[in-house]
Ligand binder design. Sequence first.
Ligand code: NAP
Length: 283
Amino acid sequence: MENKYLYGKDIAEIVDNETQAFVEECKKKNKKTPKIANLSVGNDPASASYEKGLIKKCEKVGVDLEKVQLKEDVSEIELIRVLHQLNQNSQIDGILIQMPLPNHINLNRVRNEINPDKDLDGIHPINAGRFYQGLPCFVPCTALSAMEFIHHSNTDLEGKQVVVVGRSNVIGKPVAQMCLNEHASVTIVHSKSHNIEEICSRADVLISAVGKARLIKKEWVKKDAVVIDVGVNVDENGKLCGDVDEADVMDKVKYLTPVPKGVGVVTNSMLMRNLIQAYKNRR
Ligand code: NAP
C-alpha cells in the first residue's frame, strides 16, 4: 500500500536541491541573493501557519524573505501603495500576496496592480492571458505542484482521459490547461455538473481541487488511476484530510497523493522555482 502514495517530500527535495544550487551560484558569481516579499493582511491563522512554512523553505534554499504585514483594516488604497513600493523595489525579485484578503479589499483591483514580472503566483491578468496563449508567464504554484506529481509518477498524459474536479482560477483551470498542453483529453467538472461520479470513473488521471472532505469514493475512481488530491480540509473530528477518501480508494488507485504530506508540501518549492525564474528574467 505504502508505495502507492506519492509523497511531497521526495519531490520537494529534488526541486529544492536545484533551487539551492542556483542560489549558491548566484551568491558566488553576483554576490546577490534572490529575494521574495510576502505581503499579508490581517491575522488569518491559516496565513500565519503558511508563512511559517514559507520562512523555513526560504531558509532551506537560501533565498531572502521580506515580510510585509498589514493590519486587517488596511484600506485598499494603502495596500496598493505598499504593493507599488514592492514593485519598484529593485532588491525584490518576486512578490506573493497571501490569500484570502479581507472582504473589504477587491482582489480584482489588487491583482491588476502587482508587477506581472514579479507576480510569483500568476494572479495578474497578463500572466493568466499569456498562460492560456502558451507564452512564457508565471503559473499558480499549487497547479504547478499538482503537475509535478503527475510528472513524478511517470504518467505520459498524451491521449489519456484527465478529469479535474473544480474550476478555480488558481488550481482547477490552470491544471486542466497544463494537462491539455500535454495532449490529454481533459474534462472539468464542478458544483453544477451532472453525473460527476460517472465522469470521474473514466479518468486515467483524476485531479481534485474542491475543498470537501472525503468527497471522492472508490466508485468515482477507475482501476489503476493516478489520483492527485489538492484539497485541504478539516473533517468532523478536526483531522486534516483531502477531497479523496484515501482508505476507500486505496485498493483501486495506481498512485495517490496523501493529505497531508502531498501536494501542499511541494507548493512552496514551486514558488521558489518561480522566484528563481523571476530573478533570471530580471537579469
Ligand atoms: P475554490 O475556489 O473554492 O474552488 C472549488 C471548486 O470546487 C469550484 O470550482 C467548485 O465549483 C467546485 N466544487 C465545489 N463543490 C463541489 C462538488 N460537490 N462537486 C464538484 N465540484 C465542486 O477552491 P480552490 O482555491 O480551487 O481550492 C480547492 C482546494 O484546494 C481547497 O481545499 C483548498 O484548501 C485547497 N488548496 C490546496 C493548496 C495546496 O497547496 N495543497 C493550495 C491552495 C488551495 P463551482 O465553481 O461551481 O463553485
